[in-house]
Design a protein around this ligand. Sequence first.
Ligand code: T3D
Length: 267
Amino acid sequence: MSPVATILHEKRNGYSVITLSRPDRLNAFNEAQHKELRAALDECEADMACGAVVLTGAGRGFCAGQDLSDRAPGNSNERPDLGHTLETWYNPLVRQIRRMPKPVICAVNGVAAGAGANIALACDIVIAVKSAKFIQAFSRIALIPDAGGTYWLTRLVGEARAKALALTAHPLPATDAADWGLIWKAVDDDALMTEVAALAEQFAAGPTHAYALTKQAIHQASTNSLDAQLDLERELQREAGMSDDYKEGVAAFLEKRPADYRKAKTK
Ligand code: T3D
C-alpha cells in the first residue's frame, strides 16, 4: 500500500482499492483529494493488470461532498465561481469513472452526502452498508444537486422521487436506496468489504473488455432510440466476438471447465 495525503491506493491481485482518506471531515473533497483521486484513477485506467476498481471511504463516512471549510464566506462581496470548480474537478471525475474501461464498484461504508452521494451513483455497482444514508444535501446550503445528481436521480428513481430527494435533502437509508433501485444492494455493516472483495475478484478474473463494452452500451441506452441501440449492440458485439476472451469463453464452455480469461489476456 502506498499512502498519500488524502487517499490510499492499494493494488490487490487483479484490482485496485482506492480509499478516500480525510475521515475527520467525512472524506469531504478538497483540491488535494481531487488531484490524488484523479491520479489514482488514471493509473487504474492505464494498468492492464487492474480488472476492477473499488472506491470507498475511511472512517465512519463515505464522502460528505465538497469540503465547505474551503468555501467559508469572507467579508468581501466576492462570490465563488462554483461552475469553475465543477468544470475543473467534479465533472472530470464523473466522466473518468464512467469511461473507466473496467467495472468501478463503490463500497459505501457510511454517509454519502452532496457530491459524495452522486460520485457513488456514478460508479457501476454501488453496495452500501445498511447504516449508510444518501443525502442530496445541496438544498440545505442553497445549491442544486451536482456531480451528475440530477441525471442519476431522474434516471434511477424517476422524477417524483428525484425532486423529493433533491428539494428536501431527506437522508435516504441505504435499504430504501436499494429497494428504489438507486443502488445495487445494502448489506450488513460488517459484511461490506468481504462482499465487495468477492465481487472485485470475480471481475478481476473476468473478461475485462466485454465489461467495458457492456458499460458503453448501457450508458448509451437511455438516450438512444431502439434502432440506434440495436445498431450499437451489433457493433460492440462484433468487437467482443473478435476477442481472445470470447474464444476462451466458448472453448471453456464446450470443454466443461472454468474460463481462464487471465490467460487469454496475455496472448
Ligand atoms: O463548492 C463547489 O466546488 C461546488 C460543488 C459542490 C459539491 C457539494 O458537495 S455541495 C454539498 C456539500 N456537502 C454538504 O453540504 C454536507 C455537509 N455535511 C453534513 O451535512 C453532515 O456532516 C452529514 C449529514 C454528512 C453527516 O452528519 P453527522 O452528524 O454524521 O456528522 P457531522 O458531525 O456533521 O460531521 C463530522 C465532522 O465532519 C464535523 O467536523 P467536527 O465538528 O467533528 O470538527 C463536520 O464539520 C465535518 N464535515 C462534514 N461534512 C463536511 C465537513 N467539513 C467540511 N465540509 C463538509 N462537507
